[in-house]
Design a protein around this ligand. Sequence first.
Ligand SMILES: *Cc1c(COP(=O)(O)O)cnc(C)c1O
Length: 365
Amino acid sequence: MENIVRKELEPLKPYRPGKPIFEVKRELGLEEIVKLASNESNLPPFPEAIKAMEEAVREVNEYPDGGCVVLKEKLAPFMGVPEENIMVGNGSNELIRLLAMAILNPGEEVIYANPSFVVYPTVTRMMNAVAKVIPLKDFRHDLSAMKDAISEKTRLIFICNPNNPTGTIVYKDEVHEFMQSVPENILVVFDEAYFEFVDEERFAEGMKYFREGRLVAVLRTFSKVYSLAGCRIGYGVAPKFLAEAVNKIREPFNVNRVAQAGALASLDNKEEVERRIRLNREGREYLYEELAKLEVGFIPTQGNFILIDVHRDCVQVFKKLLLEGVIVRTGEIFGLNTTLRVTIGTPEDNRKFIGALQKVLQESA
Ligand SMILES: *Cc1c(COP(=O)(O)O)cnc(C)c1O
């Protein structure tokens, strides 16, 4: 009977999320847990979003606004594009999948980096497309090698910027050169889930190429700086014909009412966004200092997470950190066996993480 499952799906494994807090509490009998594993925000949603979502909860007997019409009216000026170019998804993850479904035929090629976001391989295989995986170079996208991997069959290129799990970015001049050599009929997806946290001048914004009329999609999300990860809502910008294609194949009510209400209310509070970006920056500086003292390697980050090198088996360190009540992400899933990816949390979370790491590293010295 199992034969009915498409055989191409066999090598896939289900997405392994960061260990949930309740599970760790239950397994280890710990009361206080700090989760720094999934690059969520450890702060609650914005106050006006909570209020709007509470009201929306009372109305979930009704289907949501299927076309996200009201939210698109707000996102369009926010992104500086017409509404016809806006896509809204059940997380930007859904948009990644819908874009792949809209354009990929079996056997066509998709180029992406490794390690990078784990969803790109999944959607590629799901569509029976062929992955051209380009290793990072010095932990950054190797755009020159990605360019060289382009063939007649290439349809789609993912650029995760900043890159998850490394926190690195691609630079304006590099992307400029890259885009010049990418044929006009290949879709370049700029996955900018961590866009808001970036403060490097050299960061290459995907929107520049959209405005130039190139075949690009730019993806953003409410899951990170807006603290709405649990609601599942992301958005993107794409040429009209592509946004329309995505609109045709999405589920009729793909973005739920509560998520739409929360997103809509969050967009008005620019000060809170700024405050959270500042907090992230302060947390980042704190971690840089403390990690250097612990002689732990790290990659300077433009996201709300940091990839650190503990110079020993990361799974062991992960397990010991768990016993201290700190959940992080191990790097072995990305093929980086001595690294941990740690979300930058609140000042208290960060202190707790550093305290726990210090203890664990001393024990295993
Ligand atoms: C977190 C993240 C997203 C956001 O996903 P949502 O589905 O919007 O929650 C997208 N891309 C990358 C690379 C991410 O790390």
